[in-house]
Design a protein around this ligand. Structure first.
Ligand SMILES: Nc1ncnc2c1ncn2[C@@H]1O[C@H](COP(=O)(O)OP(=O)(O)O)[C@@H](O)[C@H]1O
Ligand SMILES: [Mg+2]
Length: 388
């Protein structure tokens, strides 16, 4: 381990790990867990992710048959060598990581024509690259053990957010996978309170489109929950060319039903995002959608909710001044992104398609123009979806 630590420190001394675009920082800061090596790796990943995307964007701009810049050539050759080294250095440690297979594939294609000095020509059949902006291309896959009351099971990292890390484990008594979410090290008392609140609220809810949570472990700041194979981001991205309209409409319906349920019982999720909506698939390949991560939930049944005013969450409504004033109109802002993503697999909601009038209203900077209830939104959606 010491060798890896020294290697990474040496890397940080020699290279800048600065990141300019906040989305990369957000992605990898979420993976940090207070462990020094882990956190340095996250900084390096964020830095490489941003740089590799710049190179890929240049490539897309110049296109097949175009000219591949000398600097970009050098970067790709360097990166290839560095990733080989890093894989080797981490392979027998608990910092083993996985690099996105699609990006690896593109990298391999570039290596065929990259040159160490000067520029090079992009081959005529070089594909347009689908840039990954909002999810990690590096994932730490460390394995360790989870202890439940009765037994100890090997756990595998499946995801991380800003505050917590999530592992899956196979419970042999049930022959079923479960997930366990654990607060990252170094949490504050306020974060612990929020984490418990998230569990307690989710525990009270019961709806097919809400993730079930099971048991809270006091000493450990963790809780178990049902395991989902992937996030909606991964599911839609992976199947974007294959998904039928019926499946998409079905997913949309599940999403709206889940949101409808929480709103009906006086909750606002406040962090609806591609990573907080999960998918579990049955043996017949049918997707079931589950809203998860109630870490920022607002419970209108509680008299004394947080007075924290700084706006949080992934899709932050520019019209929202103070987080404690969050209401349905702010939730519908985030919902617009999800609706477009489910129906079209696109992250940019502002496009011309049949439901655009609905999206435009959800995102309107004039709050008066937005829908004031989910029923109103759903009615309008079904009207415009006739053209879908
Ligand atoms: N039940 C689960 N099954 C599978 N993966 C999960 C589950 N819960 C969370 N994840 C993964 O872990 C990530 C972080 O979990 P999340 O609850 O969103 O944590 P945070 O509160 O830190 O954002 C999610 O984006 C998702 O990819
Ligand atoms: Mg989350």
């Amino acid at each position: 381990m010491e060798e890896l630590e020294l290697y990474l420190k040496d890397y940080v001394d020699k290279h800048s790990v600065e990141v300019n675009a906040p989305n990369y920082l957000r992605i990898y800061n979420k993976m940090k867990n207070g462990d020094e090596i882990n956190d340095v790796l996250c900084d390096i990943f964020a830095n490489i992710h941003e740089k590799i995307n710049n190179v890929f964007e240049n490539l897309n701009r110049r296109g097949a048959g175009g000219y591949f810049l000398a600097d970009d050539n050098r970067y790709i050759l360097w990166l290839n060598k560095f990733l080989q080294e890093l894989t080797f250095m981490t392979k027998d440690t608990s910092y083993k990581y996985e690099f996105d297979s699609y990006y690896q594939d593109i990298l391999n294609k570039i290596l065929v024509f990259a040159k160490p000095s000067f520029g090079s020509n992009i081959p005529d059949d070089f594909p347009n690259i689908k840039i990954v902006n909002f999810k990690p291309i590096f994932n730490l896959t460390h394995t360790s053990f989870v202890k439940t009351n009765k037994s100890s099971f090997q756990k595998v990292l499946v995801g991380a957010g800003s505050y917590a890390i999530v592992h899956k484990y196979l419970d042999k008594d049930y022959d079923t996978y479960f997930a366990i979410k654990k607060l990252k090290k170094g949490y504050t008392p306020k974060e612990l309170l929020r984490f418990k609140n998230e569990y307690e609220i989710m525990r009270k809810c019961k709806h097919p489109n809400l993730l079930r949570v099971y048991k809270y472990f006091e000493g450990d700041a963790s809780y178990t929950m049902e395991y989902c194979e992937e996030s909606i981001y991964d599911y839609v991205t992976r199947n974007n060319t294959k998904l039928s309209k019926i499946t998409r409409l079905n997913l949309l319906n599940q999403f709206l039903n889940g949101v409808g349920y929480i709103h009906a019982i006086g909750l606002l999720h406040r962090d609806l995002s591609y990573g907080n909506i999960l998918i579990t698939i049955d043996s017949y390949n049918n997707p079931f959608l589950k809203l998860s991560d109630f870490g920022l939930v607002k419970d209108n049944n509680q008299k004394f909710t947080s007075t924290d005013s700084s706006v949080k969450g992934t899709f932050r409504d520019p019209c929202l001044q103070s987080f404690k004033d969050y209401n349905f109109k702010n939730e519908e802002y985030a919902m617009a992104y999800i609706i477009i993503f489910i129906l079209y697999g696109r992250q940019n909601p502002k496009t011309s398609d049949c439901i655009y009038p609905v999206i435009e209203k959800c995102l309107s900077s004039d709050l008066e123009k937005r829908y004031s209830s989910l029923t109103e939104l759903r009615n309008d959606l079904s009207k415009f979806l006739k053209e879908y």
